[in-house]
Design a protein around this ligand. Structure first.
Ligand code: KG4
Ligand code: ZN
Length: 335
C-alpha cells in the first residue's frame, strides 16, 4: 500500500522527560528530549515537580524540535501526543499543549498509548522485526512482555506484579548510597566486578515478573554484612553491583526465554531505558545466538522515553485516518 505523505509533530510527557519530535513521511527529522535532573535531589520522581517542569519546558522543546527539523508549524499535518499511561499531571501538560496547537493550526490530534509506542519504536530504523514478535519493554516505569501480532494487535503476556525493573535498579542503588537514577551507575560498576553474592531468583507463575523480593533480599544482605564490616559496601561496590545486575538480568532473560519457547517465536525485541544495560544486552545476545533469535534493540535515543516513538505510532495511525477528538483524556493505566 502506498504510504500517505505526512509531517507529524509528536509530544511525549508521560513521566519526567519532556520530548518533542518531527517526523516526515516516516523519517525522524528531530527528537528533542529535556530530562529533569531535579528529581535526583529527591532520590526519585516527584509527580508534582515533574508536571511543573513539563510546563516550563514544553514550548521550548516543541520549538527546538521544529527548528531542528526545519519545519514551520503550517507545514504540519497532524499532532501526535501521549495520552497514557503515565503520571496524570505530566500527561495533562503535554496533551493540553497538543490540543491547543492542533486547534490553532486546524490539524488533527492523534492520541497515542505510550506502551504501544515503545514497541513501535522498532519501526523507526531498519532492521525492523517481523510479525508476530515478542517485545520485552523494560524501564523505570514498566516491565512487560508483549506479543505483537501486527501494528494494532498487542497482547500483554506478562508484566511486573510490583516494581519495574528500572525501579529495582534504582532502589537497589539507593540502598548502596548511589544517586538517582542508579541503573547506569550499577551497570558501570558491575562491569568491573564479579557477581559472587547470590540473590534469590523469584519463582513467579507464567510470564509475570516480581522484583520487590530481590530488593528486600539485597536490603537484608547489606544490613547483615554492614554489621560485620561497616565498610562492606565501599570495599565491595563493584561485586555487589555485579551481583544485583546479574540477578535482575537473569530474571528478565528467563522470562523472555520462556515466552519465546511457549509461543514459538524467534523475533525478539527489547525497548525502554533498561535496554541500555550492558549485562542485559550481553545476556540476550548470548541467548539469541544459541537459540537462533533475531534480536532487535533500537538506538538509545528511541529506548528511553522519547517523542520519536510517539511520532512513529502517530504516523501509523495517520495512514489509517485514525484521529482523536479534542476531548481525548489522559489515563494513568492501560495498553
Ligand atoms: O525509559 P526510561 O528513560 O524512563 C522510564 O522509566 O520510562 O528508563 C529509565 C530507567 C531508570 O530506572 C534507569 O535507572 C534505567 O532505566 N536505566 C538503566 C540503564 N540506563 C537506564 N538501568 C540499568 N542499566 C542501564 N545502563
Ligand atoms: Zn516509557
Amino acid at each position: 500500500m502506498e504510504k500517505a505523505q505526512a509531517c507529524i509533530l509528536a509530544i511525549e510527557s508521560s513521566c519526567d522527560d519532556t520530548s518533542a519530535a518531527v517526523m516526515k513521511d516516516g523519517v525522524v527529522l528531530s527528537n528533542i528530549i529535556a530530562s529533569q535532573a531535579i528529581h535526583a535531589k529527591y532520590g526519585g520522581i516527584v509527580p508534582e515537580v515533574a508536571s511543573r517542569m513539563h510546563q516550563e519546558n514544553i514550548a521550548l522543546v516543541v520549538d527546538a524540535a521544529l527548528d531542528k527539523a526545519g519545519i514551520q508549524p503550517d507545514q504540519l499535518d497532524a499532532i501526535a501526543c501521549t495520552a497514557g499511561p503515565g503520571l496524570m499531571g505530566s500527561l495533562t501538560v503535554g496533551l493540553s499543549y497538543a490540543k491547543g496547537l492542533a486547534l490553532s493550526l486546524q490539524i488533527p490530534l492523534i492520541s497515542i498509548n505510550h506502551m504501544r509506542a515503545h514497541v513501535l519504536s522498532h519501526f523507526i530504523d531498519d532492521p525492523v522485526p517481523v510479525f508476530p514478535f515478542l517485545c520485552l519493554t523494560v524501564s523505570g516505569g514498566h516491565t512487560q512482555i508483549v506479543l505483537v501480532k501486527d501494528e494494532d494487535t498487542f497482547e500483554v503476556l506478562g508484566q511486573t506484579l510490583d516494581d519495574a525493573v528500572g525501579e529495582a535498579f534504582d532502589k537497589s542503588g539507593k540502598l548502596l548510597g548511589l544517586p538517582y537514577p542508579a541503573g547506569p551507575i550499577i551497570d558501570k560498576y558491575a562491569s568491573l566486578g564479579d557477581a559472587r553474592f547470590p540473590f534469590p531468583i523469584p519463582q513467579i507463575d507464567g510470564l509475570d515478573f516480581s522484583f520487590s523480593g530481590v530488593k528486600t533480599a539485597i536490603m537484608y544482605f547489606l544490613r547483615d554484612e554492614k554489621k560485620k564490616d561497616p565498610a562492606f559496601v565501599a570495599n565491595n561496590m563493584n561485586d555487589i553491583c555485579a551481583s544485583i545486575q546479574h540477578t535482575l538480568v537473569e530474571i528478565l532473560s528467563r522470562k523472555i526465554m520462556q515466552a519465546a519457547e511457549e509461543h514459538h517465536i524467534s523475533e525478539i525485541a527489547v525497548a525502554g531505558g533498561v535496554a541500555a544495560n550492558s549485562g542485559l544486552r550481553r545476556a540476550l545476545g548470548v541467548l539469541g545466538e544459541a537459540r537462533g533469535w533475531n534480536l532487535y534493540i533500537p538506538a538509545m535515543q528511541y529506548c528511553t522515553d522519547n517523542a520519536g516513538m510517539i511520532a512513529m505510532a502517530g504516523y501509523l495511525q495517520f495512514q489509517k485516518g485514525r484521529f482523536s477528538g479534542l476531548d481525548a483524556k489522559p489515563y494513568v493505566r492501560g495498553m
